[in-house]
Design a protein around this ligand. Sequence first.
Ligand SMILES: Nc1ncnc2c1ncn2[C@@H]1O[C@H](COP(=O)(O)OP(=O)(O)O)[C@@H](O)[C@H]1O
Ligand SMILES: [Mg+2]
Length: 483
Amino acid sequence: MKRPQLDTLRNRLVLLIFAITAAAIGFVYLYIVPQLESSLTTEKLSRLERLGSEQSPAFARSLARGDSERQLNALVRMIGQNTESRVTLIGIRESAGGPRPGLVIADSQDQTTAIQGDYRAAHIALEEGRISTGVDTIAGDRVGTSAVPVSVAGDVRWVAVLSDPLAEVQDNVDLIRRQILIGGAIALVGAVLVAFWASSAVSRRLRRLRRAAEQVADGNFSHPIPIDSSDELGQLARTFNDMQHRLERLDSARKDFIANASHELRTPIFSLGGFVELLEEDELNTADRRQFIGEMRAQIDRLQKLTADLLDLSKLDADAMELNVQPVDLKELSRSVAGEFRQTAKGHGSSVEVRGRGQAVARADADRASQIIRILIDNAIMHTPEGTKVTVTAVRGGDAAEVVVGDDGRGIEPRSVERVFERFFTGDVAAGSGLGLAIGQELATRMGGDLDVVSQRGFTAFTLKLPLAEPAAERPRAAGAAA
Ligand SMILES: Nc1ncnc2c1ncn2[C@@H]1O[C@H](COP(=O)(O)OP(=O)(O)O)[C@@H](O)[C@H]1O
Ligand SMILES: [Mg+2]
């Protein structure tokens, strides 16, 4: 036999709602209904008690008058009619333990059906000497009673019992019980159906999410989930679609990266292969051989630079770039990096000038900061016409130490400016792989700073911002400066 599955959300919800509804019905049936029954009974008894004490003077008068049996029968019948209850007058029998109810003297209904003075309320009324109420069973029916001792000159002679069947209360309560059972059964079936319907809808939507997640796991990003509501599941679907988009972008970025990187690697390798073939030819003069070897060196340099860049990027991506952060004087650093370019600049007819205002000491990794400045100066020479003037300025800004590398070259095309920091973006024909600025910007960010560009016709400036070594102290106001 197949066991019902309890580990589905739907079945659990249905079971939970069934249990809650059943508990509510059980509570009403087992707790509220008995309370209702007892309060209806109490109400009946207090009515009998009130009637008993109202009628007590009439009995006392009759006792004092010494009414005959016929007169007594007429009295109880009249009172019975007035009070809409059965009136039984019981005589007293003296016993060792005090007065006890004795024989029935008169009864507003058939005398023989009265239990001979054995009403519990009558016993208690005689013991306590005052009106008392109780519930008795007469011929199988529950009856509410109130009993009043009737006395003349302080001598108790009778006890008058007013009784009223509780069948009406019982009928009402039974009816309510039946209604609760029927209504409860309908409510249970309804609740289970509604729970089943609602949770089926929820689990259908969840299944759809799961299927979509499986497709993403398979590398398929082209199936967004329809968003059909604004509830939590709708929000989840929205988040999931966002995630899908982001994964898709990441995935295509990764594919682009691999394609670009292999392309960049292939070009110099092919070219090296070509030169090796040329070198293998026998009738090659020394000048050609030297030229080929020179070209090969250039390709090898390019390969070396490219692999170093790729390694840096993979370290940055893996968050594995180790930084040795310490105070770095940016002016000194700029001067030493600019020195490396003296030869290149001369070959390009350009000049690199280093300026500095005040102390610009950053908290940074000296090697990585040099690497960024090197990338910027290299670009300012490589991507500008011959004779361009490059200036490197180290300054202390308000909240950062800055190096600005500016040139008076042609400037970057407006539509390229936003893209220069993208990986593998190259905006002109100058041989580069387009990784320099991408690496520079990520390094700057990693050191808590940033790298920005401003460019227009005839002017380009890249600004590297790094955190100050010591936070900006309140600058002491120079005495008499205002004078
Ligand atoms: N100083 C500059 N003047 C003009 N163009 C620049 C300058 N610096 C960068 N660029 C543009 O930005 C692009 C990206 O630079 P970079 O990331 O260093 O790659 P690469 O130098 O390998 O081309 C360059 O191809 C160039 O078009
Ligand atoms: Mg570059």
